[in-house]
Design a protein around this ligand. Structure first.
Ligand code: AMP
Ligand code: MG
Length: 413
């Protein structure tokens, strides 16, 4: 059985990021939120585009005011008022100043802004009550960014701050990677869709919805292929269809050792290479990962266990990273654990890497991990609601004491 970290490494090696020639889309700026930038951005604008004031105050020549003080204020003549968005008309000469507002263009001749609070106004004169520093409160042209250099690198996720930069650089449209397509299918004779009344022995196919929601949260496009019976022919057809239409296929159920668990043999009949069959992990031991060397496009198949908690945990631990790498993001694909103290006692059998779900709570400005209440069977979906982290108990450890440090993987972000 493979260790969890070897499994993660094998999975990440099976995936190559989307191609920066073929897998692109051009989208409107606001539609680019959360997408992965495909090409580096360069602007032919300088930032700031003009020398402008960082304060409401007076634009002055530094040499005129360098000795100003409360005892001996420097008195300057105000020749003009410059609100933001206006072009100054005068060149500031010795002994002169312009009233200026934040963001307004600096007038010729002036090199420094004295903030309003350091001045006293008398009609068309201003008394400067303190010497500024040279060039103080002027945002000089190109002091933040020089035209022609790189503004944003490719392969970053576009959040609000990058969208703002793109808007400022006058990019109304952006080239982004297409969303990875992820086919989802649920296997099991006992499964029904959520709208059907339950007959004896039936259960609702919640995994289909869990996985579609997870895939959306990872920035990919779910392709919901529905429920497939535990029948080899139906399964083979459904899986072949999924492989032909997606970059990643996620199935749940049918990967255990039961008599109706057919996934592995069907994958083999479709020419798959099986890279992973079982992982030393709890929940999530029966995990199948396969690729198709003869397929026209690269596809990675994840046969997830059927238990609802196993589906979520294996997705958070492995599939999210896989989608992240495929999506074009430059790096940092591996699951990012943080070290926090556990509020509760956490138990494991010591034989497999164990994941316990719960919540990170902020207590005195530090996160603490609380285990979810209720039955933590991997068949119990109910107490997964409102969890936002999974704590990892390593192989060889059977107990984490309250107050002890534990590695935790935050989820839903
Ligand atoms: P399996 O791996 O197919 O043996 O399924 C393991 C357990 O997970 C069984 O109790 C199934 O009923 C349950 N299960 C399988 N698929 C789903 C699903 N799509 N939604 C909810 N529970 C499921
Ligand atoms: Mg089953």
């Amino acid at each position: 059985m493979l260790s969890v970290s070897d499994t993660e490494a094998i999975i990440l090696n099976l995936l190559q990021p989307l191609d920066n020639r073929h897998d692109l889309e051009v989208v409107d700026l606001l539609a680019a939120v959360g997408r992965i930038l495909a090409t580096p951005i360069t602007s032919n604008l300088d930032f700031p585009h003009w020398d402008n004031s960082a304060m409401d105050g007076y634009a002055v020549r530094y040499e005129d005011v360098q000795h100003a003080s409360t005892e001996q204020p420097t008195v300057l003549e105000i020749v003009e008022e410059i609100p933001a968005g206006y072009q100054p008309e005068y060149t500031i000469q010795q002994g002169q100043a312009a009233r200026i507002f934040t963001g307004a263009l600096m007038p010729q001749g002036a090199d420094t802004v004295v903030m309003q609070e350091m001045t006293y106004r008398e009609d068309n004169r201003v008394c400067i009550l303190a010497a500024p520093k040279p060039q103080e409160f002027v945002r000089y042209k190109a002091s933040f960014y020089q035209a022609g250099t790189q503004l944003l690198p490719a392969r970053i996720k576009l959040n609000a701050q990058e969208i703002a930069v793109l808007a400022a650089a006058q990019c109304p449209q952006v080239s982004v990677y297409r969303r990875p397509r992820v086919a989802i299918l649920s296997t099991g004779n006992e499964l029904v869709t959520p709208d059907k009344p339950l007959e004896a022995g039936q259960i609702v196919d919640s995994n289909q919805y869990a996985l579609a929601a997870l895939v959306k949260q990872s920035g990919a496009e779910p392709l919901m292929l529905g429920i497939v019976k535990d029948e080899p022919i139906a399964l083979q057809e459904a899986i072949a269809h999924a492989i032909a239409n997606a970059d990643i296929v996620l199935s749940s159920g049918g990967v255990s050792v039961g008599d109706y668990d057919y996934i592995e043999q069907i994958l083999e009949s479709l020419g798959a290479t099986i890279h992973i069959r079982a992982v030393a992990m709890r929940p999530g031991k029966p995990l199948t990962v396969a690729t198709f060397p003869n397929a026209t496009r690269p596809v990675v198949y994840f046969g997830l266990p059927g238990n609802p908690a196993s589906v979520l945990v294996t997705y958070w631990r492995f599939v999210h990273s896989a989608i992240k790498k495929l999506s074009g993001v430059a790096g940092g694909w591996e699951a990012s654990f943080i070290k926090v103290r556990s509020q509760d006692e956490l138990r494991a059998n010591g034989k497999r890497e164990t994941y316990v779900w719960g919540r990170l709570h902020l207590i005195d400005k530090a996160y603490k991990f609380h285990k979810a209440c209720g039955n933590d069977s991997s068949g119990n979906l109910i107490n997964l609601a409102q969890t936002n982290a999974i704590a990892m108990i390593p192989v060889g450890k059977t107990l984490i004491f309250p107050g002890e440090e534990v590695l935790v993987l935050p989820v839903n972000n």
